[in-house]
Ligand binder design. Structure first.
Ligand code: UT7
Length: 371
């Protein structure tokens, strides 16, 4: 088999309309706009309204990515949703997305690697394409961390925002796409950033809720120290593995956690900030969604073009960290009109018919058993 490459041919993002500014937060907890901007670089964050969920934002981002790639949902072989705020423990949010967009031939699963999740998901999807196992993949990073945030805890509520971003990956024999990937972890630091309750270790009880264990807990200072170290290390490793130098990289898209973390990491690499995509000022830390959202904005601003080498680099709970070096492609030159409204309508109809069929089969099976 001739070598196969996994190209990024579509991208899309979705953020809720509702915005919470630092001034709004200063009315809720003991903080100031000046403190938040100075320590994080964040000025505002988008927050889901009561009708929006991780899956609904993921679906919006996915449909936009499909349009850019001129692909139908039924062309997809695999859907990975990276998230730390899934709709449920199970079923996977990826399966809800599969149903709502009508990706009738796709396998679907969630990936839990916190803020590093999108980098991990891109790695797995690209490897599945390169191996010849699949042709087209949809990779989504989506979060509604506002639902898991204690809005009375000034250590965490100032940081996070909601949103989703999606990439389409497609196979080709043309060199390019996701060239190298780095995936690392250190579970000994798991307690530095966690959501302790609601799983099998601490099932939800009145006591866990009373103790606030269903909210994000974080040792900010320790996470900060870890992050500055691994962000530069992972960037260098992905570039070295591709046998390139940092001078060959046109753009770095780092996980948008904290401006000081990113600046310290880039200083360590001698990379000027004009080669680094930043947008956390307007979105806060959207965890695993931050890299695809920042990428969409970089493309819209003309900062990422076909042929460019771009590094995605992230760190997060776990602890996890990782990076990808991608030769940016853009859509394949197959133009056909794809209509998101039609996809959604057809998917809803198909889902309804599948439920009806299951219901009728259940009735028939029940009657047969009683015979
Ligand atoms: O995707 C990964 C997610 N996590 C992260 O990226 C977290 C990484 N860490 C950070 O971004 C920073 O550690 C924070 C922004 C969370 C905190 O900044 P810091 O410069 O590390 O502050 P600190 O934790 O060392 O706290 C300094 C002071 C403390 O007061 P004392 O003990 O010195 O009197 C805090 O109580 O600032 C206080 N403080 C605040 N003051 C005003 C903590 N949060 C706030 C706040 N407003 N929101």
């Amino acid at each position: 088999m001739s070598p196969r490459y996994a190209h990024v041919t579509g991208w899309g993002m979705a953020v809720p309309e509702k915005i919470i500014t630092n001034q709004d937060l200063a009315k809720m907890v003991d903080t100031t706009d000046e403190w938040i901007v100075d320590r994080t670089g964040i000025r505002q964050r988008h927050v889901a309204d009561e009708h929006q969920t991780t899956a609904s934002l993921a679906v919006e981002a996915a449909l936009r990515a499909l349009i850019v790639a001129s692909l139908r949902p039924s062309d997809l072989d695999l859907i990975i949703v990276s998230t730390s705020s899934p709709e449920h423990i199970f079923p996977a949010t990826a399966c809800l997305v599969q149903d709502r967009i009508g990706a009738t031939k796709a396998g679907a699963f969630d990936l839990s690697a916190a803020c590093t999740g999108f980098v991990y998901a891109l790695t797995l999807a690209s490897q599945a394409i390169k191996s010849g196992a699949i042709q087209n993949a949809l990779v989504i990073g989506a979060e509604t961390l506002s639902r898991l945030t204690d809005w009375k805890d000034r250590n965490t509520c100032i940081l996070f925002g909601d949103g989703a971003g999606a990439f389409i990956l497609q196979a080709s024999e043309e060199p390019g796409g996701v060239l190298t990937s780095v995936m690392r972890s250190d579970g000994s630091g798991g307690d530095l950033l966690s959501l302790p309750a609601g799983g099998s270790r601490h099932p939800t009880t009145l006591q866990t809720v009373y103790d606030g264990l269903h909210y994000i807990q974080m040792n900010g200072r320790e996470v900060f120290r870890f992050a500055t170290r691994v962000m530069s290390q992972a960037t260098r490793e992905a570039v070295d593995a591709a046998q390139l130098t940092l001078a060959d990289v046109q753009l770095i898209v780092p996980h948008q956690a904290n401006q000081r973390i990113i600046e310290a990491a880039m200083r360590g690499l001698d990379i000027p900030m004009d080669r680094v995509m930043m947008n956390l000022e307007r979105y806060g830390n959207t965890s695993t969604a931050s890299i695809p959202i920042a990428t969409c904005e970089a493309i819209n601003q003309g900062r990422l073009k076909p042929g460019d080498n771009v590094v995605f680099v992230a760190f997060g709970a776990g602890l996890t960290w990782g990076s990808n070096l991608v030769k940016w492609s853009g859509p394949f030159p197959v133009r056909r009109k794809v209509s998101p409204r039609r996809f959604r309508w057809l998917a809803r109809l198909r889902s309804w018919l599948a439920r009806l069929r299951r219901h009728l089969e259940g009735l028939i099976w029940g009657r047969d058993r009683s015979i």
